[in-house]
Ligand binder design. Structure first.
Ligand SMILES: [Zn+2]
Length: 462
């Protein structure tokens, strides 16, 4: 592949370019393999990671030994069920035992899920490798709708342009190819500036959180604003994506609206293709299972189940049968694109589309408030609560390691995103209950919030 070095450097890939190319070149071929070839590949990769986990990862050595198992006892996907699920709680309690002992300390990159369910979770990537591999998969996904790294993109994804209080609405990144638009200032007053800027910039693509681009689309539609002729597709990720939103976006932007599903834990990655809006799960990325509440496997086409993934790419911290909070339905249709990938439908993530409303009526998506950093390392659980415009209570269940310093850190990081038209009260609680449907909520919103809610209707997971 002729990869311009400037592109690779800009996304921090240069040291890991061989990893990127290895994965990207594999995907170029493997996406056209038959179902049988793909399954053979998966079984081989599964064997590799299980052997590695058994030899080098203390947690897995214990799990195998307790069950009298050796990696050789797992020869196919049904054998995999001999191993227990890996839950978030287990990861939290065994973080060090899950690290591969044959990797040097400086090969680990600490990351967090950001805690979109209100439960922060930290784990490790292989430094310089995991992100390169991820980019190869993302490139393969987005190429299906014509995206190339050299294309100009407008990005509306929780990016803080300096700080929420400066009022700066955009910035450039990636050698001027990316126009980073603040998703914290999308008010009626500001949206005409956003529209003018995007029109002037002429992006080929818009990368967005569905909740954020929905605000833009609703405004454009209500004012009869013409679509952007340069935009070939809207790339939507990181949140649930509802049919009503897709309709609105297609109607407003007159282009392909493309979405995918994945998360920081990197055990499942699935996206639409050229010809279908169903999710094609990458078999090269991980092994995807759907299970009932009691853990039994689902093999039919109409029963929703929890998504369980075994990552095939992260050897620094293997996640085997990792149980996500997300739901999906399996689909056995053969896609007209002829990829032999397993198909998922109706993917419902943990991301509810909700907004905090600031004192000056700025709607801030909770996905954008999410922190991918160590801010919540000493927090067991948290939840936003809002009943008055411009006022938010942040409830925290503390870990034993929590100190007063954490409060200051959390306050200053949150205010960077919320801005100074929000009064933030931090309060400590012993327990944060689940909803009636057993989910944790990131935000309890008592205000009648107009943005997003009518677009999302009653499907918003509550
Ligand atoms: Zn397809």
């Amino acid at each position: 592949m002729k990869q311009p070095s400037i592109t690779a450097k800009a996304i921090g890939l240069l040291p890991a370019l061989p990893e990127f190319l290895k994965t990207y070149n594999l995907l170029k071929k493997s996406q056209w393999w038959s179902r049988e070839q793909l399954e053979e590949y998966q079984v081989r990769q599964l064997g590799r990671i299980l052997n590695h986990a058994y030899e080098n990862v203390p947690y897995y050595r214990k799990i195998f030994d307790e069950r009298g198992l050796k990696p050789d006892n797992i020869q196919d996907f049904s054998d995999l069920q001999k191993l227990p699920f890996l839950t978030k709680e287990i990861v939290k309690d065994n973080l060090n035992e899950l690290k591969a002992g044959n990797y040097h300390a400086d090969k680990f990159e600490y990351v967090t899920t950001g805690g979109s369910t209100g439960i922060p979770l930290g784990f490790y990537y292989e430094k310089g490798v995991s992100r390169a591999i991820e980019w190869a998969f993302i490139k393969s996904l987005w190429e299906r709708v014509g995206y190339n790294f050299r294309d100009k993109c407008a990005i509306i994804k929780g990016y803080v342009v300096s700080s929420a209080s400066t009022g700066k609405l955009w910035d450039y990144s990636f050698f001027g190819r990316w126009l980073m638009l603040s998703s914290y200032h999308m008010t009626e007053d500001n949206l005409p500036h956003y529209i003018r800027k995007i029109r002037e910039f002429k992006p080929g693509f818009i990368q967005a959180f569905p909740s954020a681009v929905t605000i833009l689309a609703r405004y454009m539609k209500s004012k009869g604003v013409e679509p952007f002729p340069s935009v070939k597709a809207i790339l939507c990720g990181s949140e649930n994506f509802y049919p009503s939103q897709r309709e609105l976006l297609e109607d407003t932007f007159h282009c392909r609206v493309y979405s995918w599903y994945g998360h920081a834990e990197r055990v499942v990655l699935a996206g639409e293709c050229e010809q279908s809006a169903d999710y094609h799960a990458f078999p090269e990325y991980g092994i995807t299972e759907l299970v009932r509440e009691d853990g039994s496997p689902i093999s039919n086409d109409n029963e929703p189940g929890a998504i369980v993934g075994t990552g095939l790419t992260n050897y620094a911290m293997p996640l085997i049968r990792y149980k996500t909070d997300d739901l999906a339905v399996r689909s056995s249709i053969v896609c007209p694109c002829h990829r032999g990938y397993p198909m998922l439908k109706n993917v419902q993530g943990r991301w509810l589309q909700e907004f905090i409303i600031t004192g000056t009526n700025r709607p801030i998506s909770i996905t954008a408030v999410n922190m991918h950093s160590n801010v919540f390392d000493n927090v067991e659980q948290f939840q936003f609560y809002q009943e008055k415009k411009g006022e938010v209570v942040f409830n925290i269940v503390r870990k034993d390691s929590y100190t007063e310093r954490d409060t200051e850190y959390i306050r200053s990081e949150l205010l960077k995103k919320l801005g100074d038209d929000v009064r933030l009260e931090i309060s400590f609680v012993n327990h944060i209950p689940r909803t009636g449907r057993g989910k944790y909520r990131f935000l309890v919103q008592k205000l009648p919030v107009e943005f997003g809610s009518s677009a999302v209707s009653s499907e918003d997971g509550e």
